[in-house]
Design a protein around this ligand. Structure first.
Ligand code: KG4
Ligand code: ZN
Length: 334
């Protein structure tokens, strides 16, 4: 069969990224320009600033990705781009660049939903086996997704308030640890013990998540420690928050594995980079010898364009393409 090469673009949040992917599995190049240094000055992503930096970076990053893959746009079969969800101004930059390339080089335009990209990042590691359960955990989303077959996404659990990555970022902020909070809390938690009591959060749908109560509990606990004239032990608080948050995540996964007959579990999204979540997954999956599981490599957990190329490849093979009048959508569902 003829090779299919996808040029993929991602600009939904604070990473400008371009990748060239062959047959949905082989990364010929993957370039990411992170804006973290700039946004960390403000303690979080500033949307206006993000879109401006995307505009500055996008053509450079496309050029670099093509150079590394030793290709021109004429050599690719299609242009895939994240059309949502995300920051609307940021999304516009990628979508406009993709439309321009598609028009100038007469290539099909493949619209990709960002979270499907996170899911298909796993295709770089191993064969997806359906039906599968995906735990999608990022800065904007916390979803349990049941996939009965390729490109079939059923959300069986979602967050009722904050996303888990957002909770990491907010807790890090109140602890004065900077942005993004996930990697710092991950690192500090290793030096602490989870000795602070934090409540278990209830949700009406047992497969749903909730994290804003946990964040408030951390805040209240910090106030109480201060009132008592004690010093907060930051590593211990990081460990306590992390154990509570991951307990919520894993309890839902476990319930879903009992309720649905799946062959594989996959992790996806920025929080899948968390070392403790990866450790828990490896340990807990020993209880399911009949199932396989995949955890994406660290660099493909956080936002990148290779994952958009992997998802875009499946979409392209299924004949999913868009007209040039397609618009970015900040709240696009899977
Ligand atoms: O997938 P992603 O790069 O962007 C979104 O689509 O949201 O995820 C970013 C999120 C941030 O909230 C960040 O704090 C979190 O992923 N994150 C982590 C870790 N690395 C990144 N959370 C926990 N532990 C980590 N090691
Ligand atoms: Zn993401």
């Amino acid at each position: 069969m003829k090779d299919v090469v996808i040029l993929a673009l991602e600009s939904s949040c604070d990473e400008t990224a371009c990748a060239i992917v062959r047959n949905g599995k082989e990364i010929l190049s993957s370039k990411v320009a992170s804006q973290i240094d700039v946004h960390s000055l403000y303690g979080g992503v500033v949307p206006e600033v993000a879109s401006r930096i995307h505009i500055e970076n996008i053509s450079i990053i496309i050029k670099e990705a093509l150079e590394e893959a030793n290709m021109g746009v004429e050599d690719v079969d299609a242009i895939a781009v994240t059309v949502g969800p995300g920051l609307i101004g940021s999304l516009h930059v990628g979508v406009l660049a993709a439309k321009t390339l598609a028009l100038a080089y007469n290539k099909p335009l493949v619209p990709v939903q960002h979270l499907t990209g996170h899911i298909y990042a796993n295709a770089f590691v191993g064969e997806l086996q359906f039906p599968l359960l995906a735990l999608v955990v990022s800065g904007g989303h916390t979803e349990l997704v049941l996939m009965k077959e390729d490109y079939d996404f059923e959300v069986i659990g979602t967050t009722q308030d904050d996303a888990v990555g957002e909770a990491y970022d907010k807790v890090a902020r109140v602890l004065g640890l900077g942005y993004p909070g996930g990697p710092v809390i991950d690192r500090l938690a290793k030096q602490g013990t989870p000795r602070y009591q934090l409540p278990r959060i209830h949700t009406d749908n047992p497969l749903d998540f909730s994290f804003s109560g946990l964040k408030s509990a951390v805040l209240q606990s910090l106030k109480r420690i201060e009132r008592n004239g004690e010093e907060v032990n930051v590593p211990d608080m990081c460990a306590s928050f992390q154990e509570a948050a991951l307990k919520v995540l894993w309890s839902r996964v476990e319930l879903a594995l009992q309720q649905y007959d799946v062959r594989q579990l996959i992790l996806a999204g920025g929080v899948a980079a968390n070392s403790r979540l990866r450790e828990i997954t490896e340990k807990e999956m020993k209880k399911y010898p009949d199932m396989t599981y995949i955890i994406p490599p660290l660099s493909y957990c956080t936002d990148n364009a290779a994952m958009i190329g992997a998802s875009g490849y499946i979409a392209y093979m299924k004949g999913i393409t868009a007209d040039l009048d397609i618009e970015a959508s900040s709240s696009l569902e899977m």
